[in-house]
Design a protein around this ligand. Structure first.
Ligand code: FES
Length: 243
């Protein structure tokens, strides 16, 4: 069995949109993650390197980067699984403006989340009785299937439609809208359906399924978007939405 090389060659994106890759040598460690490699460079080789992370355990969604050409959550990605011929190339997420090095500006991503009316709008007040939601109801099952999104931006970076159409709301925002459309406690669904049916909404999706393929939590935004397409079409037919 070949010995594990003691160092790994890592190319990191440096600068803004017009930057370049610079190469560093980083010691290999057992169970080393891509985020460990980036952190080693920042702590031992170049403290000016900019990148983003928080939880290191796959909860916060802040550590996503492009690793050997593919968007990934770096804190849960083992170097041993993705290093190609002992090399790593790590860049910022695609489809988002680069602030510096590996840090992208997430503002457009979250603005689209807002455009899709991704905030819960309660239909009851504190004075009302608590809603009783049956876990086995079809709507709750549909909401639960999509609800674990951590907004890492991996699906947005992987989406060809986002790349071609800057108006497109993207898989994460539409996936969030789908969870709320199926939340019986929410009171803003007519406005939400109008928002996701508008230009750049769910009907812009080409169903390439890159979001589903890349989602680190194995969610299926393509299925959520297909649900929105059906739900908005029904809303037009029953007069809830007007053309
Ligand atoms: Fe929080 Fe990776 S650092 S998900």
């Amino acid at each position: 069995m070949p010995e594990t090389p003691p160092q790994i060659s890592v190319s990191l994106w440096r600068g803004g949109e017009a930057g370049r890759y610079e190469t560093y040598s980083v010691p290999r460690r057992a169970s080393q993650t891509v985020l460990d490699v980036v952190t080693y460079v920042q702590r031992h080789l170049d403290p000016t390197l900019s990148y983003r992370f928080a939880c290191r355990v796959g909860m916060c969604g802040s550590c996503a980067m492009t690793v050997n050409g593919r968007p990934r959550w770096t804190c849960r990605t083992l170097v041993a699984k993705v290093a190609s011929a002992g090399r790593l190339e790590i860049g910022p997420l695609e489809n988002l403006p680069v602030i510096k090095d590996l840090t992208t500006d997430m503002q457009p991503f979250f603005e689209k989340w807002q455009q899709a009316k991704g905030a819960f709008a309660p239909s009851r007040t504190r004075a009302d009785a608590m809603a009783r939601i049956r876990p086995e109801s079809p709507a709750r099952i549909a909401a639960d299937a999509a609800i674990e999104c951590i907004n890492c931006g991996v699906c947005y970076a992987a989406c060809d439609t986002v790349r071609w159409n800057s108006e497109y709301l993207g898989p994460a925002a539409l996936n969030r809208a789908w969870t709320l459309v199926n939340d019986e406690r929410d009171g803003a669904n007519t406005a939400r359906l109008a928002a996701v049916a508008a230009s750049g909404g769910c009907h812009s999706c080409h169903s390439h399924q890159s979001c589903q393929e890349h989602c680190p939590l194995s969610l299926n935004p393509t299925a959520a978007i297909a649900g929105l397409k059906r739900r908005t079409a029904a809303a037009y037919l029953n007069g809830e939405l007007k053309i």
